[in-house]
Design a protein around this ligand. Sequence first.
Ligand code: HEC
Ligand code: HEC
Length: 327
Amino acid sequence: MKKNLVRVVLAVIVAILIAWIGFATQLPRQRPAADIQVELTAENIERGRYLAVNVLQCVDCHSERDWNLYGGPPVEPIGAGRACMTRETIAAGVNAGQERFPGRLCIRNITPDEETGLGSWTDGEIIRAVREGVNKDGKGLFPIMPYFIYKNVADDDIQAVVAWLRSMQPVRSVRPERQIDFPMNMLVQLWPEPFDSPAHAPDRADPVAYGKYLATVARCGFCHTPKDPQSMKGFEGREFAGGMPFFLNGRTMYTMNLTPHESGLGSWSKEQFIGLFRSRVARVAVEPTANTLMNWNAFGAMSDEDLGALYDFFMTLPPVPYQQEPT
Ligand code: HEC
Ligand code: HEC
């Protein structure tokens, strides 16, 4: 009897050891960073700025935000990172008073400062981090960094973003190393995935396909598709149908239905759609409690062509009635 117990305990210990070694040596799944150097042409840098600021919104996360202005525009120095999320209650901004982080996580400095930013990273390492979710040391990034979305960003586009990052003024801004509690520290190693390049964006001559690309990488789908709070998977058949709750400074708001149902974009013309974005881009003063998590400030300056392509794509979706998810 006793011997059996000892055997079982030993077997369990060995199993845990094997699993742990497996975790530590096999995960996260990754491949070496590509050996490339992006072209620092004026055209590439300008395209990268537009993508990073207005479409992919890197700077909205990687900067402090001013919630006294509509849309919460990023604050200078742009890209220098943001105050850390900690075990204590978050005082202001996104998820204020709601969320405690299991440890400490800082949205990092992505300016080209040698010591505290991306100055010492290769172009390939930055691209791998953004699309494949592992840092310079090959550790999995916490998936608040939306690499699982950016894996859809085309090669040309991600290279343009890196060109712009390289062109930024380096800012010295120390963001403490992350500390993630068990078991979350193990779980974050599970999700990164190597990427199958080359990846091309759809042809702009096909606005519906190009609009779909934009709706994915600009995360319209991520925020405007209702999700199962347990699995965080979007409900099938309700892609882009809105009704997801978001919290900011004590206010709950719901995303809009972007399908062509009458409760969504059904009666909207393309001009109205583009006009709404233009009407909300201004940085007007607002009570922080009345502010919004919809990134009007960034998206409002997207080109007519891109907003038009988004509209064309949304109009091809099956119409789905709006329904609010519980908070
Ligand atoms: C929704 C918020 C969010 C957005 C949008 C975002 N990031 Fe991040 N990013 C993070 C967080 C959080 C981390 C830290 C993850 C960690 O340390 O585990 C991070 C980490 C990184 C890192 C790794 C830095 C390091 O020192 O380890 C790079 C590089 C990076 N982001 C670049 C980008 C770029 C480029 C974009 C736009 C294409 C972008 N990020 C958009 C939240 C975001
Ligand atoms: C970070 C989450 C998030 C992302 C990303 C996002 N939205 Fe939103 N959106 C919201 C929230 C929250 C609201 C409701 C609050 C508001 O209207 O300001 C909203 C509202 C809207 C509205 C309704 C405006 C009105 O008042 O009638 C439109 C249209 C819209 N979003 C389109 C888009 C498009 C197009 C994209 C992608 C380019 C997008 N959203 C990306 C969160 C998001």
